[in-house]
Design a binder for this molecule. Sequence first.
Ligand code: DC
Length: 248
Amino acid sequence: MAKKFFHIAIDGPVAAGKGTVSKLVAQRLGFLYVDTGAMYRVAAYLAQQNQVAYTEEQKIVDLIKSSKIEMRTPLADPVKPSQKSKSIVSEQDGRLITVLLNGEDISWKIRTEEISQGASKVSVLPKVRKILVEKQQKIAHGQNVVMEGRDITYRVLPKADLKIFLTADVRERAKRRLLQLQLKGLDASLQEILQEIKERDTRDMNRKTDPLKIVPEAWKLDTTQLAIEKVVGKIVDKTKKMKTHNQK
Ligand code: DC
């Protein structure tokens, strides 16, 4: 009989803690963590670097097709970021994943405010979604994954073993994002962040193709009052129970 792999699909709005939770769950279970938002960020980055408007669907698809996009767990030991580079850097700098574009480490370049808005804009384009969804399905094929995004529970992995909708109150999400920025030494106001999060949420939930939504079978976890460790523990426990049950 073919080996059955376990797929955990996590959807939720901006800054609900999906990345941190998914990464920790994956570490605890020995699964691969897949950040699909990073792929939409790469698409936006490609557009920006090539002076292509975020609305130019075919050009963005062509850019994605002609690029080598790699995502991996940050390396434990310091590395040379590219063949040309003379310096040695550590990937253990707080990032959740390492993203390479044609061999260049762009993990932090895709986390700017400009690219956050750009990713939200390119993600409304159906052809961009189609090509990225196919890539995501290929990654999940044949391995245990924790995959997070906006359409994972019903489009990318509709047959996922465990489906989760992770959310939190919008002010709480804005406060967490502000804290993350402050820790990186960046300046922003709560009001600005709140506004930005609301804009992205609205775009994510109202786009025609595959908007963010809660599927009826999803386990809804609200992290407003729940510490990240607690949320991680709940998901890990449930997965272990389900795996034991499936083996019986
Ligand atoms: O999760 P994130 O903030 O890194 O995602 C960036 C943008 O990509 C977000 O505004 C919505 C979009 N996205 C999407 O449409 N579908 C996904 N599966 C993941 C992200």
